[in-house]
Design a protein around this ligand. Structure first.
Ligand code: AMP
Ligand code: ZN
Length: 485
């Protein structure tokens, strides 16, 4: 597989440290609010990466942290702890909101078919690991204590800005938001490993440490949790592009200072989901969630498809119009799959199966080109082969795509009501799967009018339904109906 590596700024062949095994680390959510669909774009693309690696036969161990302490309002160590802010907003304890939003996050993931990582570790579980790392980093001379806090000294590194080819506006996110200056820092980019005196007054969770009672900085948690579960070498580290600087830059600085050798080989960054008014952000407070999309009648998997239709290294603009296009595509795909009928006498044509699978692998193996992988789904539907082979191929692809193609198409098939008229088969299909006999009968009457060449009556019925917000589409052998939005 070829992957773009943010560290080398090149597309590279992926070669894991240990043949056949992949150690994968993913920055998890800061659980002070619901995940927005921008965050979830990142998790969807990471899920596709993980599933594709498994599909290729790798044994993958994936670890994710849950940030429940230490992430300040600005990624550059300024402002209030996001968790404390969230707890105040909701008049609850930090641990209560952490649990609530962690559960909400995994519920969103479930709806989007995002697999739960093998290990999910809250940051507050690993305090002894961070203390051990910080002690070693201090002993090795890469950190200093100032004003009671422990800081990483970035001037000790030969190269600090490892992801420097990213655009300035991507890199500067954390820094721009923080206007306060921390006078304890020796260098502008030094960052906090352990807080004691500053930002302390209303910090909810504190632990004893060699430097006094306090709490860890945000960056140390990912290094600590990764090494606890994946050891001293990591194959792929993932996150959204805003994490590249300062978070991942700092993770590399402290991990390699601690280990004394290279830590992670491949860095996978997902570009942002934006709205027309800019980047979607949790801290701005106004954002779109999966539940909101559901309340507007969208299947969460429509959003997954929407994400898969574009490349993870391009920023993506969200609009309801774009989402409606993805919805129409999903419905069309499902109805085409629902129309496939494997006959008992058919068998899977292995040659065709492998040919189609080859196209799919070629797409995803080339830096996870998911939109071409969706094209491979269309190619399969069009391919001159039997339906049993098509269904087997689609089932195979869906292990990575996670669109429930076969299950949803089957459900659609069962929901399609077959009404037999005097002139053969005529299907009335509800696009949403809603059952409504009255509407079905109206449609049937319109069909009868058309059969009798009474087009005036047929049009009258269509108009009457339209006035009630019911839209009809004539399809070969029947009519589809849906409620206008
Ligand atoms: P957070 O919960 O804020 O720590 O972010 C969780 C993940 O979502 C991180 O990997 C972020 O880089 C990523 N992220 C944040 N905002 C966006 C966005 N607008 N689009 C895509 N990913 C994002
Ligand atoms: Zn992280």
């Amino acid at each position: 597989m070829y992957l773009y590596n943010s560290l080398t700024h090149k597309k590279e062949e992926f070669v894991p440290n240990h043949p056949g095994e992949v150690k994968l680390y993913t920055c998890g959510p800061t659980v002070y609010h619901f995940a927005h669909i921008g965050n979830l774009r990142t998790y969807i693309m990471e899920d596709v990466l993980e599933k594709y690696l498994r599909y290729c036969g790798y044994h993958v161990k994936r670890v994710m942290n849950i940030t429940d302490v230490g992430h300040l309002s600005s990624d550059g160590d300024t402002g209030e702890d996001k968790m404390v802010k969230g707890a105040k907003r909701e008049h609850k304890s930090v641990m209560e909101i952490a649990q609530y939003y962690t559960d909400a996050f995994f519920e969103d993931c479930r709806k989007l078919n995002i697999k739960r990582p093998d290990v999910v570790e809250p940051a507050t579980n690993c305090i002894p690991e961070y203390i051990h790392m910080i002690e070693t980093i201090l002993d090795k001379g890469y950190a200093y204590v100032a004003g009671g806090n422990v800081y990483f000294d970035t001037s000790k590194l030969e190269k600090y800005y490892v992801f420097q080819d990213h655009k300035e506006e991507d890199l500067a996110v954390g820094v721009r938001e923080g206007v306060e200056e921390d006078l304890n820092k020796r260098n502008k980019n030094d960052f906090v490993l352990w807080f004691t005196k500053s930002k302390f007054e209303d910090q909810a969770l504190k632990w004893d440490s060699p430097w006094g009672v306090g709490y860890p900085g945000w960056h140390i948690e990912c290094s600590g949790i990764s090494m606890k579960h994946l050891g001293e070498d990591l194959d792929i580290h993932c996150g959204g592009i805003d994490n590249a600087f300062p978070h991942h830059t700092n993770e590399i600085a402290q991990s390699e200072a601690f280990l004394g050798h290279k830590w992670c080989n491949y860095w996978f960054h997902v570009l942002h989901l934006n709205t027309n008014s800019g980047k979607m952000s949790k801290s701005k407070g106004e954002f779109l969630t999966v539940s909101l999309l559901e309340s507007k009648g969208y299947d969460p998997l429509v959003y997954r498809l929407f994400c898969l239709q574009s490349h993870y290294r391009k920023s993506l603009v969200f609009s309801y119009e774009n989402l409606d296009n993805a919805k129409a595509t999903y419905q069309k795909l499902l109805s085409r799959i629902a129309a496939l009928q494997a006959k008992p006498e058919e068998s899977v044509d292995q040659e065709v199966f492998q040919k189609l699978q080859g196209k799919f692998k070629e797409a995803l193996g080339n830096d996870l080109n998911t939109s071409l992988a969706i094209t491979a789904v269309y190619d399969t539907l069009k391919y001159p082969t039997n339906d049993k082979t098509k269904l087997a191929v689609l089932h195979d692809f869906d292990q990575v795509l996670g669109l429930d193609l076969i299950e949803k198409a089957e459900k659609m098939r069962q929901e399609q009501k077959q009404i037999v008229t005097g002139n053969g088969n005529f299907q009335v299909i509800s696009e949403s799967g809603e059952k409504n006999e009255e509407i079905e009968n109206e449609i049937l009457e319109r069909h009868a009018a058309k059969q009798a060449k009474n087009f005036q009556e047929a049009d009258r019925i269509r108009e009457a339904l339209r006035a009630r917000g019911i839209e009809l589409t004539d399809i070969p052998g029947g009519v589809k109906w849906r409620r206008a939005e």
